[in-house]
Design a protein around this ligand. Structure first.
Ligand SMILES: Cc1cc2nc3c(=O)[nH]c(=O)nc-3n(C[C@H](O)[C@H](O)[C@H](O)COP(=O)(O)OP(=O)(O)OC[C@H]3O[C@@H](n4cnc5c(N)ncnc54)[C@H](O)[C@@H]3O)c2cc1C
Length: 552
């Protein structure tokens, strides 16, 4: 390892040679590039977009913003970046977050390591040389000891296959592939399909611009107010004062949504719960709700009080009782689908130019050149917006033709659902790492922090391998099975599997119904213990010297 100049790849007739290929230049990929270079490896980044930022490059729809407070939705590892960047709002908008990613890439001088506008199409493990051969849609060929898939848990948009969609002659958009140039909805009749996190953010903004907005809703979602506002000097001072304890809490944090006390905690009296939710509703944000009581995501009775509370708020806000009823989630627990955080979402349905269509009563039958036809009605539209989410967690990994030992494909290995060890590695696919992969906290909680943890873990692992002259690492099949069982058992003890969420892949036809994130606490402790125990469950192979790399 460590061929050529640290951080720099070299090129010869056979293609580009490097130690590590990092796929994706979102927050995960950017940090991976920085860390790999920092530990002296020759690293190359490949990114499908023309710029850095990942999620925040692609999701430019009106209203797009983070729902983890900006002061925390930032890199925690760099004091310099923290000092030099000042967030303006409690929840930053897409443009500001994209600018932050650009700032980080420039400040860390990462752009020259990245090949933009290039998609990785395939990666094949060459057993005799223990190297990955990575191929792109531009015909590049890279050979690398390691591949880090920082391809994002929410980066492959899902567009449902509705009959006639290709015939629509008006403007058509997906929230996750929003155009660079501003979209003008003024005077237009707009339809939007989907009321998950993106729809809930976009609907109030589009409603203000459009002549008419028709919202096609299949499943109503729980949403809590953001109460977004500009950050004050006092907010910044408060954050700085608490920084040390925040950083050490991260160090000790075990991620996860469900604390160990969840299973033994008492059921608090209903009025105590209600008062707490009133306070949280006034404060805004999702974090408080999801932690309001240790057993809120485990105990059906506790959960139901919170669900009732949100339904009550919807009834109080939405003037038309039938619309309020249609917007009220029921039949699944609170907080076990991604909890939406909104600005004026429910109030938007009081506007005269907004109409809610309940697809459970009148499903869409077809889309025509200028309309959407449901089973009951016909809606003439000038523009149609898909806010229909993603092929989450596994989508971007399976979109690449990844072939491990003996040519086995990742697609086959995961045909019955993803199988990983720690959400970081896959048996039979040596030296391949997945940032926020399935079986890790992945898309739960603060995803930047999740990415950072994985990158640091990989950096430590590769340093260990170099120190001990080890050529390959891969998990044991048995360890992987045990981890998968544990991930499922933890999920099964909670209310999470009781909702048809994208965490389970049910939004994608044919995708196996498997709960993908790891939601228990203890993730970081487990990862640390495994390392301390000599990388328990991993198998190291070969020596780089035996592969003819002595002296490099
Ligand atoms: C609208 C929206 C709001 C969100 N808000 C929050 C929030 O408030 N808090 C939070 O914690 N998380 C949030 N998330 C999750 C968000 O995805 C993560 O926080 C984070 O940005 C993920 O970073 P990443 O680097 O892992 O992946 P991404 O940002 O998705 O980056 C992956 C990159 O890989 C590239 N790529 C994928 N496949 C290939 C390939 N084959 N070849 C080349 N390039 C490829 C993509 O183009 C993309 O740029 C949100 C997601 C969305 C969609």
């Amino acid at each position: 390892m460590g061929a050529s100049v640290p951080g720099r790849a070299s090129t010869n007739e056979a293609g580009i040679e490097c130690d590590v290929v990092v796929v994706g230049a979102g927050f995960g990929g950017l940090y991976a590039l920085h860390r790999m270079r920092e530990i002296g490896l020759a690293v190359r980044g490949i990114e499908a977009a023309p710029d850095v930022g990942g999620t925040w490059y692609w999701n430019r729809y009106p209203g797009a913003r983070c729902d983890v407070p900006s002061l925390f939705y930032s890199y925690s590892w760099s004091p310099e970046l923290r000092r030099e960047w000042r967030w303006t709002n409690r929840y930053a908008g897409q443009e500001e977050i994209l600018n932050y990613a650009r700032f980080a890439a420039d400040r860390l001088d990462l752009r020259r390591l990245i090949q933009f506008d290039t998609r990785v199409a395939g990666a094949t493990f060459d057993e005799p040389t223990a190297r990955w051969v990575v191929e792109t849609d531009r015909g590049d060929r890279l050979r690398a000891r390691f591949v880090i898939m920082a391809t994002g848990g929410l980066s492959v948009p899902n567009t449902p296959d509705i009959p006639g969609v290709a015939d629509f002659a008006g403007e058509i958009y997906h929230t996750a592939r929003w155009p660079q140039e501003p979209v003008d909805f003024e005077g237009k009749r707009v339809g939007i399909i989907g009321t998950g996190s993106s729809g809930v953010q976009a609907i109030p903004m589009i409603a203000k611009a459009a002549r008419q907005l028709v919202v096609f809703q299949r499943t109503p979602n729980f949403s809590v107010p953001a109460h977004n506002r500009p950050l004050t000097d006092e907010d910044h001072r408060g954050f700085d004062d608490g920084l040390d304890s925040y950083l050490s809490s991260l160090e000790q944090s075990d991620f996860g949504r469900v604390p160990p006390t969840a299973f033994t905690a008492e059921v608090p009296p209903r009025d105590v719960q209600w008062a707490r939710y009133e306070q949280l509703w006034r404060e805004g944000g999702s974090g408080g709700f999801l932690k309001a009581f240790p057993n809120i995501l485990v105990h059906p009775d506790v959960n139901e009080v919170c669900a009732d509370f949100v339904r009550q708020k919807i009834r109080e806000t939405v003037k038309d009782p039938k619309t309020a009823e249609t917007l009220s989630p029921s039949g699944y627990p609170f907080g076990v689908k991604r909890l939406c955080v909104d600005t004026d979402y429910f109030d938007t349905y009081n506007r005269p130019n907004v109409e809610l269509v309940n697809l459970r009563e009148e499903p869409i039958e077809k889309i025509t050149a200028n309309a959407v036809d449901t089973a009951a009605r016909h809606f003439d539209l000038d523009a149609l917006v898909f806010a229909t989410g993603f092929d989450a967690v596994t989508g971007a990994l399976l979109a690449v033709d990844i072939r491990g030992r003996e040519g086995a494909t990742l697609k086959d290995a995961w045909s019955e659902g993803p199988r990983t060890y720690l959400g970081l590695t896959v048996a039979g696919f040596p030296n391949l790492f997945t940032i926020t992969g399935p079986g890790s906290p992945s898309v739960i909680g603060n995803v930047i922090t999740n990415c950072e943890y994985h990158v640091d873990w990989i950096a430590e692992c590769l340093t260990h391998m170099r120190r001990h002259d080890l050529a390959t690492i891969e998990p044991d099949g048995e360890a992987q099975i045990a981890w998968g069982r544990h991930v499922a058992e933890v999920a099964d003890r909670t209310l999470f599997p009781k909702a048809n969420s994208w965490y389970l892949g049910v939004n994608i036809p044919g995708k196996p119904r498997v709960f993908m994130p790891y939601i228990g606490e203890g993730y970081r402790t487990t990862c640390k213990e495994i390392v301390a125990d000599g990388y328990r469950g991993f198998r190291f192979g070969g020596s780089t010297r035996a592969l003819g790399e002595a002296g490099k």
